[in-house]
Design a protein around this ligand. Structure first.
Ligand code: PLP
Length: 500
């Protein structure tokens, strides 16, 4: 079932063919004279022309939108606190009040009676802080650990790998059940060594939308005496309301003894403006390992709760506003509507001749795979019909698939989406085009000539920063390459992208 990455290139082979950004002096320069605000705002608006049309209701990801009135409120609240600086809450007590309010709401929803936490700019920052807390706790309590390890299932978000990379921790990745895509509790124990400082599980994982068996893992974490982080970045402001509505959601939060920290994003299904998440610890004792304080340099005394120091109060104010605007009732309504829409999609795909859902998702996130053709072809065909679905490359836990995060904005369009999905499938089946032929690309790769990457880019239709309309060939190639080689190519692409 999972991909074994059929191609065998290694980094040594491909590193010779890396492109380097162009050297000519094309950078944008600061204009000599300022321009009018009206003209600048108009120009900014025009830049959006090529963006994903997220307001259309035809985009299943990236933007979590609770409707026009919510958007208006977010903009207003954000801009009202744009210039306030959360660097120093003693100087801006309004921001301290707002932060304590939103963190309190999160802790309460996640059953953290004794929990404390802080507002952060996103899931990645919350995760970074949870791992820093575990690392610094281990430094104090277990100083013999010199190479700290974090045990995480293959389905844990990439942000954990990033945090490990930044914090000098070793990620120890354990396999998941290849049918349910859930973590296997015993695997945590097996992977634990004298260097283990933290276990991680998801509620739910982004890729497949399934909740790991938190209670079973927590019980083992207690027995093993190891800290246990539950990543509820995508589920933290969805699952509590689904539970309240009676959906069969297993216990996943601080109601489970043994869960010591959590991450939950307001800017996902909390519908806050981007830059809004929370990191929570089950007890105040733990937070001191999260903080950074410096009073030895020449300037002001610095007390940081988060990675960022100077930060706008905008996202915090917008977050506070949306929580109070929607209230329990509003969130429940959005959960009910999106759960129903998800069910409609799942029913349509049950017994489908070509497509199937991976696992049994617990909320409104779906991974759809194909029995008959490349799902990347389907993603392209849907994009031509004006829909955006997110390609997910094959990995050690699953085959190529496309991801849908079903949002309130998608709800009125589900019937039309399913019609177009059927039309796209029928078109692909009727066309019966052969699979993408990677042979010419592989031949160039094997040749190892210095301009190989440029040749491959030309073959794939990549020109400078522009990608071709159809991404099937690029996704197929990436899917087949070993992850380290994929990552090498992706870094090269990013290196090209941010030039000018
Ligand atoms: C489960 C999970 N964890 C962490 C993250 C990272 O969050 P962010 O993109 O806000 O940094 C995501 C983002 O999708 C997620 O779904």
């Amino acid at each position: 079932m999972p991909c074994d990455n059929k191609l065998t290139f290694n980094i040594r082979q491909v590193s010779k063919i890396c492109r380097y950004p162009k050297q000519d002096n094309m950078q944008t320069k600061l204009p000599a004279k300022g321009q009018s605000p009206a003209l600048l705002l108009q120009t900014l608006e025009s830049f959006k022309a090529q963006d994903l049309p997220w307001q259309s209701g035809r985009v299943f990801g990236y933007v979590y939108d609770a409707g026009a009135e919510s958007q208006q409120l977010l903009r207003q609240a954000y801009s009202n606190f744009l210039s306030e600086n959360a660097l120093d809450p003693t100087v801006f007590p309004s921001l301290l009040k707002l932060e304590n309010d939103v963190v309190g709401i999160a802790a309460n929803l996640l059953h953290g009676d004794t929990a404390v936490g802080n507002f952060t700019t996103g899931g990645t920052e919350s995760i970074m802080l949870a791992l820093k807390t575990a690392r610094d706790f281990a430094r104090e309590k277990h100083p013999q650990i010199t190479q700290p390890e974090v045990v995480l299932p293959h389905t844990a978000h990439a942000a954990f790998h990033k945090a490990c990379h930044f914090l000098g921790l070793k990620p120890v990745v354990i396999p998941v059940d290849l049918t349910t895509f859930r973590a296997i509790p015993e695997q945590f124990v097996e992977a634990t060594t004298e260097n283990t400082i933290l276990w991680v599980a998801s509620a739910p994982s982004y890729a497949h939308g399934v909740i790991d068996p938190i209670e079973a893992i927590a019980q083992l974490a207690l027995q093993t005496k190891v800290l246990f982080h539950v990543d509820a970045c995508v589920g933290g402001f969805y699952l509590p309301f689904a539970q309240q509505l009676g959906y069969p959601i297993p216990a996943f939060d601080f109601s489970v003894k043994g869960v010591t920290s959590m991450s939950a994003d307001f800017h996902k299904f909390g519908y806050a403006a981007k830059g809004a998440s929370v990191v929570l610890h089950h007890h105040a004792d733990m937070r001191k390992y999260q903080l950074f304080v410096n009073s030895s340099w020449a300037g002001y005394t610095m007390i940081n709760t988060t990675v960022l120091s100077t930060k706008s109060g905008g996202s915090l104010a917008a977050c506070w506003a949306i929580l109070h605007y929607l209230g329990t009732e509003g969130y429940q309504q959005h959960v009910a509507a999106t759960m129903q829409a998800t069910q409609q999609i799942r029913q349509h795909l049950a017994n489908h001749p070509h497509l199937f859902v991976l696992g049994n998702p617990d909320m409104n996130l779906l991974a759809i795979a194909s029995r008959s053709f490349s799902v990347f072809r389907l993603a392209d065909a849907m994009r031509r019909r004006g829909w955006y679905v997110q390609p997910q490359l094959a990995s050690a836990s699953s085959v190529d698939n496309i991801h849908l995060s079903v949002n309130p904005s998608n709800v009125p369009h589900i019937a039309e989406f399913l019609q177009d999905l059927d039309a796209a499938v029928a078109e692909i089946v009727a066309e019966a085009k052969p699979a993408v032929d990677l042979a010419p690309i592989l031949a160039i790769l094997q040749s190892g000539t210095p301009d190989a990457l440029a040749q491959i880019s030309a073959l794939l239709g990549i020109s400078g920063q522009d990608l071709p309309e159809d991404l099937e060939a690029i996704n197929t190639l990436l899917s087949q390459l070993p992850p380290a080689v994929r990552e090498f190519f992706l870094k090269d692409f990013a290196n090209q992208l941010y030039v000018d």
